[in-house]
Design a protein around this ligand. Sequence first.
Ligand SMILES: C[S@@+](CC[C@H](N)C(=O)[O-])C[C@H]1O[C@@H](n2cnc3c(N)ncnc32)[C@H](O)[C@@H]1O
Length: 202
Amino acid sequence: MGADHVRDAYAAAAQQYIELFGEVAPDDPDAALIRRYLGALTGPVLDLGCGPGQWTAHLHAYGADVTGVDLVPAFVAHARRAHPGPTFRLGSMLDLDAEDGSVAGLLAWYSLIHLAPEEVPRALAGFRRLLAPSGVLVLGFFDSDDTLASFEHKVVNAYRWPVDVLAEQLVRAGFTEVHRRQQRVAERPDRRYATVVALATS
Ligand SMILES: C[S@@+](CC[C@H](N)C(=O)[O-])C[C@H]1O[C@@H](n2cnc3c(N)ncnc32)[C@H](O)[C@@H]1O
């Protein structure tokens, strides 16, 4: 499964995705954590796989110098219309053109989940290169009890990662984990949601 397949699947589902997830709810339990780690940084922040741009806009509203990046033209077009403050551009998280060490923070919120596992070390190494020393990476992903496994995500195939396995990949790529959260929500008892925050090791 390549980036073209992911892009085409999200392009076909973009309108529905925007309607379902295009706003950050006032009581969203993730908002405080995302703001805490990425809202007050000095320097550029990238929201990788920003989808409709709701988290980009949220961080921008809290003062971050943030750019949303996504593969899907319909998401980027929507995000530009709906959120005039931040910058949005088309692109892949595997091929980012910012200078090494120039970025203060990265958010990859349920977007790394669509990379094939063998692509993840390259993605994390690229994130590490872009980040300034002690730059912040916030990852949101689906957690798994035991093994790394693909599953039928509603839009396109995705992967569940045991948190320890992804955390190990982060260490190998040059990150130090500083925060971890695993949670279930009542509406989806079959899923577990994980957040890991890591700093670019100096
Ligand atoms: C589950 S959605 C999450 C969107 C948004 N972060 C959110 O929280 O609503 C996954 C997003 O990742 C994007 N994506 C997947 N692979 C990508 C890649 N290699 N580069 C950039 N974006 C990617 C998809 O186009 C989609 O918008």
